[in-house]
Design a protein around this ligand. Sequence first.
Ligand code: FAD
Length: 312
Amino acid sequence: MSILVIAEIDSHGIKAATRSAITAAGQLGGDVHLLLTGSGLEGIALQAKSIKGLSKILLADSAEYAHGIAENLTPLLVKLAPGYSTVLAAATSFGKNLLPRAAALLDAAMVSEVTQIIGERTFVRPIYAGNLNATVAVPPGLALITVRPTVFEAAAETGGDAAVEAIAATGELGKTQFISRELAVSDRPELATAKVVISGGRSLGSKEIFHDTLAPLAAQLGAAIGATRAAVDSGMAPNDAQVGQTGTVIAPDLYIAFGVSGAAQHVGGIKDAKVIVAVNHDAEAPIFKVADYGLVADLFDVVPELTAALKQ
Ligand code: FAD
């Protein structure tokens, strides 16, 4: 049976995380189809067609899918999923919001945050904030899985020539109404895919200090800015900056943590970073246990010094 990948889109088209899910789907063996939902999708459908590894695009182009509302997308998924052995999406907010709803309604197996595909029915996923890996097997029948995009390389944007099939929409569910969307506009790289990420914790003290301290360094390094949950909860950084178990899991080449204690839930989100640097004035801070390089110092001395040195 074939595998269905659920596409996540933004104004630029299909997100890189979806292309990572396509790579994961390819490892399961079998034809890979992509479900593309939204409104006014002509351009994006053309883009999807040429992604390598897909044999068919199911195009659900209708007003009720315009804003990616999970309530409206779930009936469509419930209708389509039984025709597939596995349904996949990237483990982003979008995928994590949608797939469990369909799995519950279909009484099908749901496996979240898969980091390795061992076989058609056997997967590895992190548990206990990434401190252990569990190998899980699903019973025969439909399985829905979300895959961690940072561990699967994104499928190439070109080289494919999938067939496009328009499918009927399932209609407005009427339970949720789209009101507005606030988009964070930034010329910095996206947190989930940035090669360099710098982050700050509660110790930065306020929204203004958080920004004024970290933004100049991020600009010098071409880095994305992340934050701990404590920094997000206290309003210093936006929600989408949260790194960790309940935020974004990242795998940059370089991660620099300023004034971050290194709680298990934060560390669970940075384990795949190639090099971790920590600056903390407490030599006993747990972040030093996972850091490749550690500096016991005050971040308010280190950040300006580093920024100035990089400018030279
Ligand atoms: P603190 O723990 O207050 O640490 C501040 C650190 O800054 C200390 O180590 C201190 O020594 C250092 N410091 C202070 N001043 C300076 C200075 N001037 N210079 C240098 N160092 C300084 N957290 C996440 O980050 N991501 C998650 O996804 C997440 N998910 C969670 C899920 C659950 C279910 C729960 C219960 C918690 C979760 N948390 C998460 C919260 C987590 O447990 C910690 O509370 C949080 O990460 C701590 O943030 P912090 O390091 O900014 O703050």
